[in-house]
Structures are given as C-alpha cells and as structure tokens.
Design a protein around this ligand. Structure first.
Ligand SMILES: Cc1ncc(C[n+]2csc(CCOP(=O)(O)OP(=O)(O)O)c2C)c(N)n1
Ligand SMILES: [Mg+2]
Length: 419
C-alpha cells in the first residue's frame, strides 16, 4: 500500500525571460516581438497606470463610487492581449481592463462606464469598473467571483463546434480558485476538450486573505495536472514571458483543441479596491518593494530601451501627451450627463436613505440608522450604478439638489438608451 504524498517536495519552476534588470536570461526560449508590438505594449502599460491614477483620484474626490486598479499586474493583461487575436473571446474577472485598452477601448469609454453617464455602453446598469464590449469580444465583468469560468468553457465549446480559428481566454484571481466554479470549469474543459486558456493571476491576496490561508498546494499550476490539463507557471511581472506563454498556450488550445492553464505570479500593489485599506493587513515595506523593485512596466521598458526602440525623449513626450489626454477627466463634468439607469439608482437610493434616516430618528435609533444606511448603500450598489453616495452620504440635501439638477439632463438620453 502506498499513499501519494501531499507534495513532491519540489516547487514547479516559474518561466521567465527577462531578469529584474530587463535583460534576457541566457538560454531563454521566447517568442520574438516586433518593435511595433513591443512599443505598443509598453505605451499601453503606461496608459493603464495613468488611467488608474486618474480614476482612483476621481473616486477619492467622490465623483465615482468605486474603482479597482491593475497596479503591479499591468503585464498580465496587456502582454496576454498582445499575444491574442481580436477574434479570441475574453471572459475577465475584473482586474484586466488592459485587454480592453489594447483592443481599442478609449479612455473616454472607460470614463463613461465609471461615471455611468449617457455614453456608458453598459447603460448605467453595472457598477463602475464592470466594463464589457460586444464589439471587442470582451464579455461584461460580473461581480460574483469565478462565475465566468464555467461560462468560458461553454463559449469555448461553441467555438469548437463551429470550428472557429479562435479560443476563449478567461481570467481568475488566486481567490477565485477557491470557488467551486473554478474546479467545475477545469474538469468541464478537460472532458470536453474545449479551446480555453485559463489565466490565474496569483497576486498573493484575495482582499485581505493571503494565499497561505487560501490553499496548501504548490500554487495553482498543480491543479491543472489534477484535472488533466496542460499547464505552466509564468512570471506575471515579466511581459516577455507572459507574451510568450500566452502565444504558445493559444496555439495549443486552437490547434490541439484542448484547454491550457497558466498561473501568472504577481503581486497586487494597490488596495483590493477603493473600499479597502490594505495597510491594515500587510506591511507598507512589502507594498513598496513590489511597487519600486518589481514593477513590470519598468522592467519591460529597460528591455525595449536596450533594443533601441525607446528613449528618454519619447518617454517624456508620451507622459506629457497622456497627461493632456487624461487631464480632461479631472475637470470635465462627466458626472453631469448621467444615464437614466444611474439616475434611477440614485433616486431609489435617496429614497431608502431618507426614509431609513427619518424612521431611525423617530425612534431615536442612532446606531440602527448607521446600519440601515450602510445596508441600503450596499443593496443599491449591487442593484444600480450610483456614483455620488460615497462622498455625500452625510449631505443628503446637497445630493438631492444634484439629482434634481441632473433630471433635465436625463433627456439627453436617446429612447434606445432608455430601453
Ligand atoms: C462569489 C463571491 N464571493 C465573494 C465575493 C467578494 N469578493 C470580491 S473580490 C474578492 C477577492 C478575490 O480575490 P482574487 O480572486 O485573488 O482577485 P484579486 O482581487 O486579487 O485580483 C472577494 C472575496 C464576490 N464578489 N463573489
Ligand atoms: Mg488575488
């Protein structure tokens, strides 16, 4: 009788191409990148960083209710997007706006979605950050973790039946792998031989839960073998390694009609979302180390510069033109042309807020008032896209005025947007 040991005692190696200094590791096997693609990858990563800064600030100013940054994980979305074709269908988690950016979603479109204004392609029906684009084959983000994974297998199976020259790429975080949906999806993909690439961004944290409390296996990559799926562990902060791994995974998924699992190791440098303060559960030194020493954007820049494809002048030109482009979101009143669904959300929220407040006041329930208030907030944030309550929750009169002011603007919406 021989029980299998819980561990082989050896960690699965991590595939990387660039060292910390942006130099190719001797003997690495990787996909060649053209100058055009490499420069587009670098500039997209910088754009994503700047967009994150602006929208994070917009949330802090109370102009949007919620935001999630990709800081530290820019390479996982952008380098993967570069290795795919526009026909490949993406079912994201929520920290992959880089793919949309790569595919041509404009900063204006990101802003419209976050503000829930009349140009929001989600028609004000989603929370901020929950992007989607039919045109760009990017399935709308849904909040419940991991639900996208079994759905992705279904989509991939339909591509298989239609004999399409495309695959599905779906993302999950390390936390998402603790959901039953992750396991169902892997097994479902293996037995149906669906052309789907699962990318797990293992960034060390699921909100405040560290991976040491999340699983006892050697990360996520070993789960692939358990389900009969080919898999690889890659350095998610090495854009060249991510590009090469996804390029090869895509080819395998399509030509061999099989699923592939990619575990990309990284670190969530930002807070989980604007509702979180990560310094309450991890050290500032740890965050600073990943931000300064392990930044994927800087690392890739060094390689692009070494090839003579990028210079200091181009860098300052890019940053100042980006600053001009995104500056408009600091001053432009995107929040004044709200979509009617957004507006409706605010009105219902306002009603709940005022009625709970007067109810509690009447019975002198000060603590309950706080409770009821926060419940109505979370209920509304799940149901509607409403951006001003966070900042103005203690100033309901001002908020009512804001809402009244936006009612005439509601008529900017076309009838088709209302339906
Ligand atoms: C089914 C479900 N459970 C819990 C949550 C709350 N929640 C939102 S994000 C998150 C953590 C996810 O962590 P991870 O998958 O590692 O992604 P990361 O934020 O690190 O990118 C949790 C628990 C949810 N949205 N859905
Ligand atoms: Mg995580």
């Amino acid at each position: 009788m021989r029980f299998l040991s819980e561990s082989t005692g050896m960690r699965i190696p991590c595939y990387s191409v660039l060292d910390g200094n942006g130099e190719i590791i001797v003997g690495s096997d990787y996909e060649q990148l053209s100058e055009e693609i490499a420069v587009k990858m670098y500039t997209s990563m910088v754009t994503l960083q700047m967009m994150d800064t602006i929208f994070y600030e917009a949330q802090r100013q109370g102009r949007i209710s919620f935001y999630m940054t990709s800081t530290g994980e820019e390479a996982i979305s952008i380098a993967a997007a570069a290795a795919l074709t526009a026909d490949d269908i993406i079912l994201p988690q929520y920290r992959e706006p880089g793919i949309l950016l790569w595919r041509g979603f404009t900063i204006e479109e990101f802003a419209s979605q976050c503000f829930g204004n009349k140009d929001d392609c989600g028609k004000g029906r989603q929370m901020p950050n929950h992007y989607g684009s039919k045109k760009l084959n990017f399935v709308t983000i849904s909040s419940p973790i991991a639900t996208q994974l079994p759905q992705a297998v279904g989509v991939a199976y339909s591509l298989k039946m239609d004999k399409k020259d495309a695959c599905v790429v779906t993302y999950t975080g390390d936390g998402g792998t603790s959901e039953g949906d992750f396991h169902a999806a892997l097994n479902f993909a293996a037995v149906t031989e669906a052309p789907v690439v699962f990318i797990c961004r293992n960034n060390g944290w699921a909100i405040s839960t560290n991976i040491s409390e999340q699983f006892r296996s050697d990360g996520i990559v070993v789960r692939g073998r358990a389900y009969g799926i080919r898999s690889i562990r890659v350095d998610g902060n090495d854009a060249l390694a991510v590009y090469s791994a996804i390029h090869t995974a895509r080819e395998m998924a399509i030509s061999e009609q099989r699923p592939v699992l990619v575990e990309a190791l990284s670190y969530r440098v930002g807070h989980h979302s604007t509702s979180d303060d990560s310094t309450k559960y991890r050290s500032v030194d740890e965050i600073e180390y990943w931000k300064k020493v392990r930044d994927p954007v800087n690392r890739f820049r060094k390689w692009v510069e070494r090839n003579g494809w990028w210079s200091e002048e181009e860098e300052s030109e890019l940053r100042s033109s980006m600053k001009k482009q995104v500056k408009v979101y600091r001053v432009f009143p995107h929040d004044h042309l709200l979509h009617c669904s957004t507006l409706l959300g605010q009105i219902v929220y306002q009603f709940l807020f005022i009625s709970s407040r007067s109810f509690c006041k009447r019975f002198k329930w000060q603590r309950k008032q706080k409770n009821l208030h926060s419940r109505s907030c979370s209920l509304m944030s799940m149901m509607f896209h409403h951006q001003i309550f966070e900042s103005k929750r203690n100033n309901s009169e001002k908020q009512s005025l804001d809402i009244l002011r936006t009612i005439p603007l509601m008529f900017h919406c076309r009838i088709s947007e209302i339906c």
